[in-house]
Write a protein that binds this ligand. Structure first.
Ligand SMILES: Cc1cc2nc3c(=O)[nH]c(=O)nc-3n(C[C@H](O)[C@H](O)[C@H](O)COP(=O)(O)OP(=O)(O)OC[C@H]3O[C@@H](n4cnc5c(N)ncnc54)[C@H](O)[C@@H]3O)c2cc1C
Length: 369
């Protein structure tokens, strides 16, 4: 089934500190209007530079960080992060490395070179270990490269299926990721803060939600405070990762620190047991379904249309009909959430639908920068 979904999950209270970033642009608004002017996204089919489809590795009961024995080796799983793998990467990998490295000596193997494999490898290196990554594919040919890169813990579990213990893991992972990405903000890793306009379901901030702090400066806006021709618009701030640049830089960091990378595909756990390292991290994302027979792990396909870059667009939008993330490498328009769909070939009809709904949204801006 083809559905679009609002990436919004919650709002936070507080000041709209970064909102002023948009309001500093020259205004063409009519006198007396209180509308915050924004540069419109130029949404035309002939501005599409590429379209992609990627498979989010989703488990209703949440991502797996667990240690087990594999023929005398320690095997630590770190997979199944759904639509939040970039967001949770540093934190989940920190949980995994803590489970694996304690009391370990000798070299370490990491399977997979998506965001989980690369962050796991870096953390092991930072702890002083020699690391070899074994992987079927490297960036740019991973799901992680397709991700929009919003830092927001969205779309990675079902409320009904998770345990309190898993919830604690999730919050610990989120906490570390949140601070780790902040110290990497800048051009080197392609990470920046942006205000995000967010079409809500009408509900305002919920201060009892422990996740609210990850949307700082969040509040509901009055109709006069935003240019969208929509009711129930809120704003919050978060970081956005230009995933291609980030992953490329991570590979460089790993190699600079003496890490080795080998192209190799594993068919089953016995294959992994033949590795020389006694500690192995499994960061194979959706590949874990076949490799370890985890049938709860399913793809949630996402399709994106990418338009010509527009450096003047310095805000993101998430809403009922999808999302817009502006990045230096293009304006990303998303996104579909298609359960159990395995094809990574974008469908022209879905891409046209994404483009059309965003064209309606941005052609209806009530005031422009
Ligand atoms: C359209 C879309 C938008 C998204 N947007 C966001 C977003 O805005 N924010 C966010 O936080 N997340 C987002 N995500 C989710 C995010 O992309 C994933 O959660 C994340 O990339 C998973 O990372 P990973 O390292 O586990 O898997 P992958 O990136 O798939 O990496 C797995 C690695 O394991 C290797 N591998 C697999 N099987 C084997 C095997 N048998 N042998 C050897 N190697 C193997 C692969 O070659 C690859 O190198 C999005 C995803 C999609 C599809």
């Amino acid at each position: 089934m083809l559905t679009t979904m609002n990436r919004r999950a919650f709002m936070a209270t507080g000041s709209a500190a970064l909102l002023s970033g948009c309001a500093t642009t020259v205004s063409r608004r009519s006198p007396g209007s209180a509308c915050t002017p924004l540069a419109p996204v130029k949404v035309e089919h002939n501005r599409i530079i590429r379209s992609v489809a990627g498979l989010r590795p989703y488990r209703a009961s949440g991502f797996v960080v667990r240690r087990e024995d594999l023929g005398g080796k320690a095997l630590v799983h770190n997979y199944g992060h759904g639509g939040a793998g970039i967001t949770l990467s540093w934190g989940s990998s920190r949980l995994a490395t803590r489970l694996g490295l304690q009391g370990h000596s000798g070299p370490v193997a990491v399977i997979g070179a998506g965001v989980m494999g690369l962050t796991t490898a870096r953390l092991a290196q930072e702890a002083g270990y020699q690391v070899t990554i074994y992987t079927a594919a490297l960036p740019p040919d991973t799901t992680s490269n397709i991700a929009g890169g919003q830092i927001s813990p969205f779309g990675h579990f079902s409320e009904r299926a998770v345990t309190p213990e898993w919830r604690r893991q999730f919050l610990a992972a989120m906490d570390y990721s949140w601070s780790r990405f902040q110290i990497m903000v800048g051009d080197e890793y392609g990470i920046r803060w942006l205000p995000t306009y967010n079409q809500t379901d009408g509900g305002g901030p919920d201060p009892t939600n422990p996740l609210e702090k990850y949307h700082p400066g969040g509040r509901m806006l009055t109709r006069g405070e935003h240019p969208f021709d929509l009711d129930d618009i809120g704003i919050y701030n978060t970081m956005y990762v230009e995933t291609g640049r980030f992953l490329r830089q991570m590979v460089r960091d790993i190699e600079t620190a003496g890490g080795r990378i080998q192209l190799r595909s594993f068919a089953n756990p016995a294959d992994i047991a033949s590795l020389p390292e006694n500690l192995v991290f499994n960061c194979t994302g959706l590949g874990s379904r076949e490799l370890f027979g985890d049938e709860e792990l399913i793809p949630i396909r996402g399709q994106l249309a990418i338009l010509l870059p527009q450096p003047e667009v310095r805000y993101a939008f998430t809403g009922e009909d999808g999302y817009m993330f502006p990045r230096p490498d293009g304006i990303l328009l998303g996104g579909t959430f298609e359960r159990n769909m395995w094809s990574t070939v974008p469908e022209p009809g879905a891409i046209a639908g994404i483009v059309d709904s965003h064209r309606r949204l941005f052609s209806g801006l009530r005031c422009e920068a």
